[in-house]
Design a protein around this ligand. Structure first.
Ligand code: GLU
Length: 449
């Protein structure tokens, strides 16, 4: 392992991040944490038509919410001069050549090749153009796009996830690096930035394996060090469908708005398809300890969004009060009672926001439901004196049981209905002291309080 790795997460700001993007973001961050390295956030925004400032801001905000704080940040749209310089060097070395085919021409050629049973690989016809032919095409108003001339050889690397890996570049078309309008496709800027920033490990989805063959050749053509690569399996839905930025319902934004904890998302996004069981892991540090790229599975990482509910609930059940203090204040829960209230209700919550209705049960007004007036009146008479504390419920119900002979559900349910108006809810031992002697007496008398 290099002394201080530098990794990067490089989304294009063309949509909201979804849980599938959270996976490379986190795997990179956790790798940096595990190995004492740093994490660069790079916005791959060379596609000027589809990239927007609103998405760029959303990506930064959503990552911050997820707990992914970059050590470094930049965007490709500010670095065109670097890409131009690299393109010039490749041209000078004869590795970047102009092509004039229209998409229709290329399509016809591909169909012809397929018809002959040949692989639809670009035939490099443009390499044979004479200077005069090029000049004629340009005089017609055609602008060239530029292709990288691949070496037709095998590129091999030791993948951090997949082990020995290779791509046969003889079976690939020379990739277009520069569009006819002069803008760059993803490939060249990515390599130039990785090289210029000194990225040591490129950790990304396995949909980029083929790109790695091309990109290794580009690093070499530019005479720069080749980073190590790791390609993780992709998150898919339970029926194996890939996730896309268009799947709005799994965007980090919508999951945040629905009240899920970032730690629940992190655990699902990272532990699915790993050697570890999917379980709630509250801190990034603990998650970094668990996740070793070499132990990721190579099968698709299928996940069920419904798993989030269980993970979230388990995190909430263990969540210490200081972590929710502010959110509880935001829900209108009185500060002086908030800690005891949290202790009383958290085991019943799937999401923190579900605390709000229980606060209304505590603070009232609650319309009591009195099913057995005589029983409830007797219980009211036995209600212990103020102040109420943690032992009040037990002492009271024991006294009611001794006086009435009621036990189990017949003892507890009429009391719960009268005190809360509901037939279910958090343990009354915790709620009763919060409801307090006055409201408890009023509710037991059948009055809304
Ligand atoms: N912008 C590319 C993507 O989002 C980055 C891929 C990479 O990590 O190199 O797919």
């Amino acid at each position: 392992m290099v002394a201080s790795p530098l990794v990067r997460f490089a989304p294009s700001p063309t949509g909201f991040l979804h849980i599938g993007n959270a996976r490379p973001a986190l795997l990179n961050l956790l790798f940096a944490r595990r190995h004492g390295g740093r994490f660069l956030l790079r916005l791959d925004d060379t596609d000027r038509e589809r990239s927007t400032e609103a998405f760029a801001e959303a990506i930064r905000a959503d990552l911050a919410w997820l707990g992914v704080a970059p050590d470094l940040f930049y965007r490709q749209s500010e670095r065109t001069a670097l890409y131009d310089a690299a393109a010039e060097r490749l041209k000078a070395a004869g590795r970047l050549y102009p092509c004039y085919e229209t998409p229709e021409e290329l399509d016809r050629r591909r169909k012809r090749q397929l018809g002959r049973g040949q692989p639809p690989i670009y035939d490099r016809a443009a390499l044979d153009l004479t200077t005069g032919e090029r000049a004629a095409l340009e005089a017609e108003g055609r602008h060239p796009h530029w292709r990288f001339k691949l070496d037709h050889r095998m590129v091999a690397w030791d993948d951090l996830v997949r082990g020995e890996s290779h791509v046969d570049c003889a079976s690939l078309s020379d990739p277009v690096l520069v569009r006819a309008d002069g803008s760059y496709l993803y490939t060249l800027p990515s390599v130039v930035d990785d090289a210029e920033s000194g990225i040591t490990h490129v950790i990304r989805g396995e949909d980029h394996v083929t790109n790695t063959g091309v990109q290794v050749q580009l690093f070499e053509a530019l005479g720069t060090a080749v980073p190590r690569f790791g390609h993780h399996n992709l998150l898919t839905t339970a029926d194996g469908e890939g996730l896309s930025k268009r799947l709005g319902h799994l965007s980090l934004r919508s999951l945040r708005d629905a009240g899920y904890e970032p730690a629940a998302l992190r655990s699902l996004a990272v532990l699915t398809g790993s050697a570890e069981s999917v379980r709630p892991v509250a801190s990034l540090e603990a998650l970094a300890e668990l996740v070793d790229l070499a132990h990721l599975s190579r099968a698709p990482a299928r996940f069920d969004p419904a798993e989030l509910d269980g993970l979230n609930a388990r995190l909430v059940h263990e969540m210490p009060f200081p972590e929710v203090r502010e959110r509880l204040a935001g829900l209108g829960i009185a500060e002086d009672a908030a800690e005891a209230f949290w202790g009383a209700v958290r085991a019943n919550l799937g999401r923190v926001g579900e605390a709000a209705p229980w606060w209304r049960v505590v603070a009232g007004p609650v319309t009591p439901v009195v099913t057995d007036a005589a029983f409830v009146a007797e219980a009211a008479r036995l209600l212990p004196n103020a102040p109420f504390g943690p032992g009040t419920w037990k002492a009271w119900t024991e006294a009611v049981k001794a006086a009435t002979g009621a036990k189990g559900r017949a003892l507890f349910m009429p009391l719960r209905l009268a005190l809360t108006g509901l037939d279910h809810g958090p343990d009354l031992a915790g709620l009763l002291p919060l409801i307090g002697p006055e409201r408890a007496a009023q509710r037991l008398a059948g009055d809304a309080a």
